[in-house]
Structures are given as C-alpha cells and as structure tokens.
Design a binder for this molecule. Sequence first.
Ligand code: FMN
Length: 333
Amino acid sequence: MSDIRFPYPASIGDVSLDGRLILGPMAGVTYLPYREFMRPYGIALSVSEMISDCGIVYHNQRTFEYFASSPSDHPFALQLFGSQLDKTLAAIAILEKEAQYEILDLNFGCPVPKVTKTGAGSSWLSRPEELYSYVRAIVLASHKPVTAKIRLGIDDKHLNFREVCSALIEAGVKMITIHARTKSQGYSGYARYELLKDLGPQISVPLCISGDINDPVKAKEAMQLTGASFLMLARYGVGDPLLAKELSDMLKGEEVKYSRTLEEQTGFALEYLEKMKAYFDPKIAFPLSKGILPKFFHFFPGGKKIRQEIVELTRNMDDMEILLKRIQKRNHL
Ligand SMILES: Cc1cc2nc3c(=O)[nH]c(=O)nc-3n(C[C@H](O)[C@H](O)[C@H](O)COP(=O)(O)O)c2cc1C
C-alpha cells in the first residue's frame, strides 16, 4: 500500500487505469515506438504529442502519423491544440472516425511562440472565460472523456491556475495536468509545486502534476505536497525506462532503487531501436534515433564517448545496431 493519500481512484472519467504514472507528451519524442517501448515500465496512460487541429482538418500527412496507435499502446490519450472552435470540432469528428484512443487531452500549456501567437497552447491561460466556452463545446461534442494540460499561468504576476481549473472543471473536463511552471518560464527554472500545495483534494477532478520529475523520492514529496492523483514523467524518462519503473513502484508503495548497468542500458537502447525500425521508414528512423539514443548513456563514467560515437554515425540503422551491440559487449569503458 502506498503511503501517499490519493484523493481520487486511478480513473479518468469512465477509463480505469492500471496505475498512476502517465507518460507525458513530448513533440518529436513520444511517437508510437517510444510509447510502446516505455509502456511495460509502469506506464498507465500514454499521451500523443500535441496535434494541430488544422493539420487534421487539412489532412496533413505528417499529422495523421501522430495519431497512430497500436494494441499495446492503450489506454492512450490524443492531445490536440487549436484556437478556433470550428476547426477543433471538425478535427475531433475526424479523430473519432479514424483514430483509436480513450481520452482526448487539450493542450493549454505549450509556450512555443509559433503556437501561442495563433491563440493556442498556453496563450489560452489569459482568457479563462473564452476557454470555458471553447472547452464546454468540446466536452459536449466528444464521445471520449476530455482532459486538459495547463501551466501555473502566463507569468509570475498572473498565476491564475485556480481560476483556469475552475473554468475547465465547470466545462466538464475529467482530469487536469498542471506543469508547475509559467508560460514565460518555458522549460527553465524549476517546477514550483509549493504553489500547488493541497490543490488535489480541493478540486473535483483528479490532478496530475508535471515538471522536473526525475527522482522517486522528490516525486513522492511533490505528490504528498500537492495531493495529486497522477504523476507525469517527461524529459527525464527519455533513455531511462528504469526511472519510469521506480516512479510507478513508488506510486504503488514499493520503494526500489534499480542500478543502471551499461549492459542493460544498451539492451534498452536496442529495444528502442527495434521499435523505431519496425515503425518508421529507415530514412526517418535514423535521425530520430540519433537524437534519442545518446540519452541512454548519461549515467556512466565513459558515457560521453558512447554518446559521441552515436552522434558521429552518418549512415544508417544497421550501423547504429552494430555500434550498440559492440558497446553491449564492452566490459570497461
Ligand atoms: C521536447 C519537448 C516536447 C514537449 N511537447 C509537449 C507536447 O506536445 N504537449 C504537451 O502538453 N507538453 C509537451 N511538453 C511538456 C512535457 O510534457 C512536460 O510537461 C514538461 O517537459 C515538464 O516535465 P519534465 O520537467 O518532467 O520534463 C514537451 C516537453 C519537451 C521537453
């Protein structure tokens, strides 16, 4: 039994989850192969990267790849971003016909100017009343439970997450994730969980917390401080599936620290590579894998050399596999 008191059971609307760890959405990372790779390490729900409603409505091929899922990738939340209700509703109508997902997540947290200048992402945080009407119409149209991901506010002078939560709950969302930074913080500084103290039991839907989740002890403190019901793993899980396992164990009340060995990490890297090869065209899989694989070798004294060897590869996935297998056999770095 966990000694964290979760205010709500592990479900989102009518979707029951087998755990409380959520794999956070990351554009350019959380493609289907990454989600499939991470799932066995304690992930109860995975989330697609943010998908543009316009991309769906205008049938952008790349956008359609983003909502691919597979039988082992469920329960799965699709995350949409947009700013115009008619486009968002049209996108949802297409998704409901063509995509397999259990939860519709709405992005109100992205701080990237390309997104916010269109009125989407975290720029919504400055318009709570309009946000209510937008989300209400989506909740009424969607046949799946709707959730939302937000930030603390636009900046330190506008920490209006309580007001935004009220608007979202009134509109009918079934779970709220808060990335405990402001829009103006971007990804810098720290996640400030002290601002979310005791929020979980004070709101009428489950709270999920996100930001700087890189250690089970710290994550447990953040869960206890905020009264959250779910925990989101994002950047620090990339290349470290055992962190997902430690966090999921911690949420179930088992505190185990796994040691990372070079052999096992290389095994994980090869597993990830296999999934990328199976899903993507090799020309796409190669550069994407090159961006992710070095992260599997952060922990070791000679990791820098390995990371360099990966980055310096110029040809193809076969070379990558040969290199990883060679690394796996090395006893000393
Ligand atoms: C490269 C990258 C891409 C991201 N893409 C998304 C996204 O598509 N949708 C979203 O809601 N959050 C996105 N995020 C935010 C993460 O889901 C998470 O909230 C944030 O990284 C804080 O958690 P962390 O400090 O544990 O990584 C992204 C973060 C990174 C680093």
